[in-house]
Design a protein around this ligand. Structure first.
Ligand SMILES: Cc1cc2nc3c(=O)[nH]c(=O)nc-3n(C[C@H](O)[C@H](O)[C@H](O)COP(=O)(O)OP(=O)(O)OC[C@H]3O[C@@H](n4cnc5c(N)ncnc54)[C@H](O)[C@@H]3O)c2cc1C
Length: 409
């Protein structure tokens, strides 16, 4: 059975990026459809810890990323309030602050260096003695050297956020097709004219309409927001596949015993681990980082490492229930910056490559994509995510260019 419907834009992938972009576009009056092969929350969004932490994520040599994360971080309070109001669903957004600890002298030297950089850049970050840290978080380990408080950092529950965005999208009159995979492109001459889809009931436990067969979604613009899989888009010409690769990460979910609260009230991190409290007392412990292709197996080694390092920071976690362990794939790019903007093929828009900051960068990306679709001005920092920037162009015989963007085969 082949149906033909027409939209202003079809979004390939219903992770935080696809849903947030589609929602913002729908708010501006666009007729949009999101196609997701699983049941949201899925993809990296289903695994993310949900830190909204530009200061803590600051890495030497990444000033462009900082500009993006600060700009998007500033949008978060209003974004969360708006999604919650539009959906009636809580997102777990909290401006909880973050405490970064140095557990030994080597870590203290490194933390000092990062703190100097944070201060040079005028970021809100304060060096604290161990006793002051313990006043803030009484559950901390008995010995460590010092800490940096980044009081403006926040967190959100990405799974709750996805539920809220899906509801908001529905309220805005947009369509979300789950259990549906984009398997091919529709072309009108050299221009993308939509996508062909196929049902994936196995990937979607709540998939109901088993009669629906292959389908077509016709649209003026195809927005590629398929996360770590964006670089594998076989239905695009070679040169139009963005340079995105999967970067594996594992996280644990710890739950307090009945009657106990969370052992920390803000994000607590060391050089090797971070712990993110949820409003209901759960603690998310993350995260490993490995280049292992599309492998999402949770390993004993990964769990061991996370638990060992978490225990060094907050010993009380030993009494918590180990409620879950999951691995996901960050959409990595060669320069760690996202890829957002028009692709080399007419009718193609990228919103991918958000690597370790996709939750944080969702509001800014959504504004940029909605602005591009409506022909209005894109937020200035998003120029840094230009798909045609030189760092994305490969100079190898195995890459083929179309327009400005190129891709590894
Ligand atoms: C362990 C871990 C911890 C993280 N912690 C944080 C954090 O604290 N803060 C932060 O900001 N970020 C964090 N991230 C990064 C963040 O999760 C990602 O950057 C973000 O989720 C990317 O969102 P996305 O929508 O682009 O991709 P995804 O969430 O991966 O969504 C892509 C979706 O596309 C679907 N899809 C793919 N191909 C097709 C197709 N052909 N047809 C239909 N659907 C398709 C997939 O099923 C998937 O649901 C973390 C990531 C990991 C792995």
């Amino acid at each position: 059975m082949t149906e033909k419907r027409s939209f202003d834009a079809v979004f390939v992938g219903g992770g935080v990026i696809g849903l947030a972009c589609a929602w913002r576009a729908a708010q501006r009056g666009a007729r949009v459809c999101v196609v997701e092969r699983a049941e949201p929350p899925a993809g990296a969004t289903n695994v993310a810890a949900g830190m909204l932490a530009p200061v803590g994520e600051l890495t030497f040599g990444e000033p462009e990323l900082l500009e993006l994360t600060l700009a998007s971080g500033a949008l978060w309070p209003e974004f969360a309030a708006e999604v919650e109001a539009a959906s009636g669903v809580e997102t777990g957004f909290r401006q909880c602050g973050a405490l970064h600890l140095a557990l030994d002298r080597d870590e203290a030297a490194e933390l000092r260096r990062r703190h100097d950089l944070q201060r040079e850049l005028g970021l809100a970050a304060e060096w604290l003695t161990p006793s002051r840290c313990r006043e803030l978080e009484p559950g901390l380990a008995p010995t460590f050297v010092g800490g940096v408080l980044a009081g403006g950092e926040a967190s959100v529950d990405p799974r709750a956020l996805v539920r809220a965005l899906a509801a908001a999208l529905h309220e805005a009159g947009a369509e979300l097709r789950t259990g549906t995979e984009v398997v091919d492109a529709l072309w009108s001459g050299e221009r993308l004219a939509g996508v062909r889809t196929a049902p994936t009931p196995d990937a979607c436990p709540r998939y109901e309409d088993k009669r629906r067969g292959d389908d077509e979604v016709r649209a003026d613009v195809v927005v590629l927001c398929s996360g770590a899989w964006a670089g594998q888009t076989a239905w695009l010409p070679d040169g139009a596949r963005p340079r995105v690769r999967p970067v594996k990460g594992e996280v644990l979910e710890l739950r307090p015993r009945p009657g106990d609260g969370a052992p920390a009230s803000r994000i607590v991190a060391s050089e090797r681990v971070y712990l993110v409290p949820r409003p209901d007392g759960r603690l998310i412990v993350g995260a490993t980082q490995e280049e292992r292709g599309f492998d999402t197996v949770v390993t004993a080694g990964g769990v061991h490492e996370l638990l060992r390092e978490a225990y060094r920071v907050l010993p009380d976690i030993a009494e918590m229930e180990l409620a879950g362990a999951i691995a996901g794939l960050r959409p990595g790019t060669p320069d760690n910056l996202p890829i957002v903007g028009r692709g080399p093929v007419e009718g193609l828009l990228y919103a991918t490559g958000h690597f370790r900051n996709g939750i944080l960068l969702a509001p800014l990306t959504a504004d940029a994509v909605a602005a591009t679709l409506s022909g209005s001005e894109v937020p200035a920092p998003m120029a840094l995510a230009d798909p045609h920037r030189p760092t994305l162009v490969l100079n190898t015989k195995t890459s083929v260019g179309v327009g400005g963007a190129e891709v590894a085969r």
